[in-house]
Design a binder for this molecule. Structure first.
Ligand code: ARG
Length: 358
């Protein structure tokens, strides 16, 4: 294996040796400007009143988050992994959210890199603003990479129409389980995970049925997309619900999905499926608050290969348990990135994982 992977895209699982990756950046991230019902459905209620739409995250948190992401990029480079970084964007000025969570907007399936048709309006330009250069480098690399950009939305976006009704006291109440309707395809890439030829995903507050159908139509030939029934009422991104550690071994969050449901999917028939026995405690100061996520973000670890897995430096009990499973946790500080919306899986996109077999 040469030290530097060529500009290339080839990955179809979450555990084969990572060779090439995008690592996000945090500068100038801003609290999302989505309607309140959307934010209320997807983030911890105690932080809802903390931010007005389009207010900056605390600068000290963003500065530390940026250091943590730069450090992650260094850790990866030292492992011989090729690291791409997005452009620096002033998200506050552009009325966007962040460049720190590339996993939400980009998904590698085989040699295709697929852009998510985001639900959140404030994220619609995220990939163009932050990742165009990476996409054009990969797309022009002459190595059979397919870049699949999201469909343009022309006219009014109707995705939030009819999602709020009046309660008896005349307050607003959601009209359905999810915050979006099915009037156009929508998904976030982080609602899906790759298990070889099968991609497993969930419906959520940002992923609708038409989004799933759209993804089925654009994945390369030979790949299928299956939907897992989860019970997470705040569902947004499946990567704090499932954690595949290596081929044949997956940890799941038992309050969000059952083993019975997982076993409905043929791809897991010979897998060991373990309910996570460690209940994460909300982090205490000096760790910054997790504004956007639940403590289950602990499960948002990232396998570098079938042994080594990146775990947040505070999650010591979890790391000790992973060790008993034969994994080798690499402890990396990431609490400030966690604060603005995700952990190692969210903050990266694997472009090449080698050794993936049929
Ligand atoms: N919604 C999940 C939770 O709060 C966090 C998922 C974060 N994932 C991401 N790709 N941004 O538990």
């Amino acid at each position: 294996m040469s030290a530097i992977e060529p500009a290339f895209v080839s990955a179809e699982d979450e555990w084969s040796p990572l060779r090439s990756v995008i690592v996000g950046r945090a500068e100038d991230s801003a609290f999302p400007s989505e309607p309140e019902h959307m934010m209320a459905a997807t983030m911890p209620s105690e932080h809802l009143l903390r931010f007005k739409p389009l207010s900056p995250f605390p600068p000290a948190i963003l500065a530390r988050a940026q250091e943590e992401l730069d450090n992650l990029a260094d850790v990866m480079r030292k492992e011989g992994i090729r690291v791409y970084r997005p452009n620096k964007v002033n998200w506050l000025k552009m009325q966007g959210y962040t460049g720190a969570m590339p996993r939400d907007g980009l998904m590698t399936v085989g040699s295709a890199l697929i852009e998510a048709p985001f639900s959140w309006r404030c994220r619609r330009h995220e990939i163009t603003l932050a990742y165009s250069e990476i996409l054009s480098e990969l797309g022009s690399s002459n190595s059979g990479v397919t870049i699949c950009r999201a469909p343009l939305i022309t006219g009014e976006d109707t995705l939030y129409h009819g999602m709020l009704g009046k309660s008896r006291t005349n307050g607003n109440i959601p009209t359905s389980r999810w915050s979006i309707n099915n009037s156009r395809p929508a998904f976030d890439a982080a609602d899906f995970m790759r298990f070889g030829k099968v991609v497993i995903g969930q419906l959520s507050h940002v992923t609708n049925r038409r989004g799933v159908e759209y993804l089925r139509a654009v994945v390369p030939e030979g790949y299928t997309v299956e939907i897992l029934e989860t019970t997470d009422e705040h569902a947004m991104h499946i990567d704090a619900t499932l954690l595949p550690l290596r081929k044949g071994l997956m940890v799941y969050q038992p309050e969000r999905v059952s083993e019975h449901e997982l076993r409905q999917h043929e791809v897991f028939h010979d897998w060991e499926l373990l309910a996570c026995p460690i209940t994460p405690e909300p982090r205490q100061p000096p760790s910054p608050p997790m504004y956007m996520c639940s403590p289950w973000l602990m499960l948002n670890a990232l396998s570098l290969d079938e042994k080594r897995v990146l775990v947040e430096a505070n999650d010591k009990e979890f790391a000790a348990w992973l060790t008993t499973l034969g994994m080798e946790p690499i402890m990396v500080p990431f609490g400030h990135v966690n604060s603005i919306g995700g952990s190692f899986h969210c903050a990266t996109v694997d472009l090449v994982r080698s050794g993936a077999k049929d």
